[in-house]
Design a protein around this ligand. Structure first.
Ligand code: DQA
Length: 142
């Protein structure tokens, strides 16, 4: 059985309540349920933190764990964090970056993602469906 880790960065704990006109009404728990329902043969672990160092620690822990891939929404840290960029590029795992909103159609400061450039792929603007598409790719389902 393949194991996929799902990591979410700052303010995504408030998904569903936070700016629903941008991010929709689903919560992180809803996303977890959808992943489990759509991919019953895979095992998923979930981690959310508002703290950059906690996310770095988690990636380094996953690098040593039984993990086949990572779905990561680094949220605002995508645009600022060299530490997370280095953690992704050194973890040795395929990481797919997901953004619920289309970061390229928003403010200029969101257009660049330090973390996206070292990820295997980036999905942006497809809502929470992006997490399911990332899982499908990591699990190599066509
Ligand atoms: C986000 C986009 C980021 O720019 C923003 O800071 C977030 C969420 C997204 O999922 O669309 O917190 O990563």
């Amino acid at each position: 059985m393949k194991t996929i880790a799902v990591l979410n960065g700052p303010n995504l704990d408030r998904l569903g309540k936070r700016e629903p006109e941008i991010y929709g009404s689903k919560t992180l728990d809803d996303i977890a349920s959808e992943l489990r329902a759509n991919f019953p043969k895979a095992s998923f672990t979930f981690f959310q933190s508002n703290h950059e160092g906690m996310l770095v620690d988690k990636l380094s822990e996953l690098a040593e764990a039984d993990c086949d891939g990572v779905i990561f929404n680094p949220a605002a840290y995508s645009h600022t964090s060299i530490a997370l960029r280095d953690a992704i590029s050194s973890c040795g795992l395929p990481v797919i970056e997901v953004h619920i909103s289309n970061i390229h159609a928003r403010e200029r400061f969101r257009h660049h993602s330090h973390t996206g450039s070292v990820s295997k792929g980036v999905i942006a603007g497809l809502g929470t469906e992006g997490y399911l598409l990332a899982a499908r790719s990591l699990l190599d389902l066509r």
